[in-house]
Design a protein around this ligand. Structure first.
Ligand SMILES: C[S@@+](CC[C@H](N)C(=O)[O-])C[C@H]1O[C@@H](n2cnc3c(N)ncnc32)[C@H](O)[C@@H]1O
Length: 408
């Protein structure tokens, strides 16, 4: 990837540009990289960070994990700051964006996340499957109607989406468990099913969404099956383009406070930690029904995964002072595993100037010295109220997002 791929002027056109960060930026023109890599042009990083691009290609669009990276940013950063075969680590890997990008450019990768759903998405996006096998099994999973001993929906969920759809989804979930023995196939279909429930739960869910072609022509107008089929087929199409990896990324479902990674072995950390004092639904799905004037948070994801729900507070990195304590534990581990003089890049947003300063203090105190802070502009396709912008408009929730470049 050439460093001139992005439009330099984009940084100056960004209305959200923060002048404080600009001052810091002007001081530094280049970031020196370890090894024989050429120095990084700071203007180039700014241009990359401020040229939002809608994710597309490969398995990138399988599921939009809350507050996810826009894939072009980790891709450009990993390409420019490491060599093929180097080890990249994302201690808050979420839906596996940096893991997939590492796979695509032949870097070794290890990611940690405490959310089992994040780890499932990461595995599915980076595991090459034989498409025909899923195609073959699909009709059986959809045709056989099974009544499970326990529904994945509670009464409130059922009131929102209706018994007919709830029973259909229960049956598909049950069939995935009982008809499929291959774990990767199972995970693939579970992710497609969770995405289907997400679509069905949307406020703008209408019968129009249901009128797509199905293997079955006898379905009533309100059926979830055509949506599920369409999602599976789209995902399979993406799967055909996924290369066989030279290095299979490793994803671990555990806290990053105690990573099983050798000391001084990681070439680059690229990550997006939770944002302080923000409520993000990393594990719940919203089921909304305009006609019922109802909106409900459902724990269906954890039930489909057959795991205990993880407390929202934990996934969001805890609130107030506990947030800093939690962060310190992670930063210490990042410092331990990272090679001396190598970079750790944090993409994060802050509600206040003070939070940004405190965050940087924690990095500095724990051995990752902040070299530069670069503002990040988000794309119009962002549907994350967690971020500084929502569909391109400022949310007022965050001062802005930024990329903090640190060195061990
Ligand atoms: C902003 S998201 C990361 C999104 C990711 N960059 C992506 O592209 O999908 C932050 C993640 O940190 C995880 N997390 C929070 N505390 C953690 C901890 N102590 N150890 C590991 N993961 C943690 C959450 O579960 C969440 O998935």
């Amino acid at each position: 990837m050439t460093q001139r791929l992005y439009n330099k002027d984009a940084i100056y056109q960004n209305k959200l540009f923060d002048t404080t960060s600009l001052k810091i930026q002007k001081k530094k023109k280049y970031i020196i990289l370890p090894g024989r890599l050429p120095p990084l042009d700071v203007e180039w990083i700014s241009a990359v960070a401020n040229s939002p691009a809608k994710d597309s290609g490969y398995t990138r669009t399988y599921y939009s994990y809350p507050a996810k990276f826009q894939a072009h940013l980790p891709n450009a950063l990993i390409s420019a700051t490491t060599n093929p075969g180097n080890l990249v680590c994302d201690p808050y890997c979420g839906g596996g964006t940096s893991g997939l990008e590492s796979l695509l450019i032949s870097r070794r990768f290890v990611g940690y996340d405490i959310n089992p759903f994040a780890i499932l998405i990461s595995h599915v996006k980076t595991t090459k499957l034989e498409v025909e096998k899923i195609f073959d099994i699909l009709p059986e999973i959809l045709r056989t109607r099974t009544i499970p001993s326990k529904s994945i929906f509670d009464d409130g969920d059922r009131e929102c989406i209706g018994d007919y759809i709830a029973n259909e989804i229960d049956s598909i979930a049950c069939n995935i468990e009982s008809y499929i023995s291959n774990r990767s196939h199972k995970n693939f279909l579970k992710l497609a099913l969770i995405h289907t429930i997400k679509l069905i739960g949307r406020r703008d869910f209408t019968e129009k969404m249901l009128k797509s072609k199905s293997l079955f022509d006898h379905l009533p107008s309100r059926s979830s099956i055509p949506i599920f089929e369409k999602k599976v087929k789209r995902m399979l199409l993406g799967m055909t383009t996924l290369p066989r990896p030279q290095y299979k990324p490793r994803f671990v479902c555990a806290s990053n406070h105690n990573m099983k990674i050798e000391e001084n072995s990681v070439d680059l950390i690229v990550t997006s930690p939770p944002y302080k004092d923000l409520d993000i639904e990393y594990g719940l799905i919203q089921l909304q029904r305009r006609e019922l004037n109802r909106s409900k948070r459902s724990e269906v994801i954890f039930r489909i995964l057959s795991v205990d729900p993880v407390a929202k507070d934990m996934l969001c990195g805890k609130k107030s002072d506990s947030y800093w304590k939690n962060l310190a534990g992670s930063v210490k581990e990042c410092k331990r595993v990272l090679k001396i003089k190598h970079l750790a890049l944090f993409w994060v947003g802050f509600k206040s100037e003070l939070d940004q300063e405190t965050f940087c203090d924690y990095l500095n105190k724990n051995g990752l010295s902040v070299e530069i802070i670069i503002p990040v502009r988000l794309g119009h396709d962002r549907v994350a109220s967690s971020r500084s912008t929502h569909h391109g408009k400022e949310t007022g929730m965050m001062k802005r997002d930024c990329l903090i470049v640190t060195r061990s």
